[in-house]
Ligand binder design. Structure first.
Ligand SMILES: Nc1ncnc2c1ncn2[C@@H]1O[C@H](COP(=O)(O)OP(=O)(O)OP(=O)(O)O)[C@@H](O)[C@H]1O
Ligand SMILES: [Mg+2]
Length: 336
């Protein structure tokens, strides 16, 4: 199977079983290999530190926001100097320091939210959802993946005060709650999409005390596919198959993923778009603080389906099923 066909099948997969079938086929290929996550044979202890799947999911959101800020940082050549994610969002995303997300108009907030999408899909039920986090950030080049999103405790952001990440382990905390995690990314300016699948591999109990997390490689590196028309310009998608959200048995309220996102993201630097495909509605999440400060978006009263996916003339479908803000569209919209 060609890499593009593998990627397309993994992006279209909705069930754990679909992924398993693709992997079984892939692994018959002689140059396909498994590599331990973080290049550590004994990686289970470092990965399995989290106990709350909703909180871990938010680590992926934080990474998405960081990736968007990183993109803007590069676009602006790092100027003006930003000493915190909040300052960076003010300088480069147009989020006012005073009033923050509640000071943005509904249209601007919605457009910015389309850059970070959290999508909940049926999967196999509450204990085994399909949870996808998508960003239109800077993306990750194939040769960078092993040292970043597939690494443990690296110092990629330790000197970047404009980003939230610090420890090099937040994102990987979702692995323990997932059966398979597809990571795919297109770095800005690249004509390739790098991708892999991560999962927990049992090892023979007579030889090993414990298993380990592994990911797929081919020909000695990450899998790569040439981009096609309609593919996202840049950014990263992380699809968690079989994500255990058994604590989230409602669609809204304290026992829901939506409720947890609202609660934990009290005051995020950027809004996110939450697509609940299990119950058929979308919401713009801006954090409780901004909601208390009067930010109201479509569907917040709980009666409507929420904002539609199409945003003006931008493509409404793509490989990872999203649209994004066009360059510098914030602040220029008549939709406020
Ligand atoms: N969505 C993404 N887009 C681009 N790069 C990403 C993305 N998610 C993760 N990365 C890369 O992977 C690295 C590891 O992510 P991880 O969340 O584990 O650590 P961190 O963000 O550096 O620190 P922290 O543990 O404080 O979150 C990041 O430093 C970044 O380089
Ligand atoms: Mg992080």
């Amino acid at each position: 199977m060609e890499n593009r066909a593998i990627l397309d099948r993994l992006m279209a997969a909705e069930k754990v079983e679909d992924v398993r079938a693709v992997l079984a086929e892939c692994r018959q290929h002689p140059t396909v290999d498994l590599v331990p996550f973080g290049r550590l044979d004994n990686n289970r202890g470092a990965i399995e530190v989290a106990s709350d799947p909703a909180r871990s999911a938010i680590e992926r959101v934080t990474n998405a926001h960081d990736a968007i800020l990183e993109y803007e940082h590069d676009q602006h050549d790092g100027k003006p100097k930003s000493g915190s994610p909040r300052e960076a969002a003010a300088h480069w995303l147009g989020v006012p320091m005073k009033g923050e997300l509640s000071a943005l108009g509904t249209g601007d907030r919605q457009r910015l939210a389309a850059e970070t999408v959290v999508r909940l899909e049926e999967g196999e039920g509450w204990q085994s959802r399909l949870l996808t986090v998508i960003d239109r950030g800077t993306g990750i080049a194939p040769e960078q993946m092993e040292g970043t999103i597939l690494s443990l405790n690296e110092s990629n952001k330790i000197q970047k005060h404009y980003l939230a990440g610090t420890y090099g382990q937040g994102g990987s905390s979702t692995l323990v709650f997932s059966k398979y995690v597809l990571i795919a990314s297109r770095a800005v300016g690249s004509d390739e999409i790098a991708f892999t699948v991560v999962w927990y591999q049992d090892l023979p109990a007579d030889q090993y005390k414990t298993g380990r997390y592994v990911y797929l490689t081919r020909d000695g590196g990450l899998l790569t596919a040439k981009v096609e028309d309609g593919d996202p310009e840049r950014g990263t998608v992380v699809r968690h198959f079989g994500y255990d959200l058994s604590g989230c048995t409602s669609s809204i309220g304290p026992k829901s993923l939506y409720g947890a996102l609202q609660r934990v993201l009290f005051d995020p630097v950027a809004p996110i778009r939450f697509e609940n495909r299990v119950h058929g509605w979308n919401r713009t999440i801006k954090g409780s603080r901004n909601a208390l400060n009067g930010a109201v978006d479509d569907g917040d009263d709980g009666t409507a389906k929420g904002p539609e996916i199409t945003t003006g003339s931008l493509r409404s479908t793509s490989l990872w099923g999203t649209t994004g803000r066009s360059a510098s569209s914030i602040g220029s919209s008549p939709a406020n």
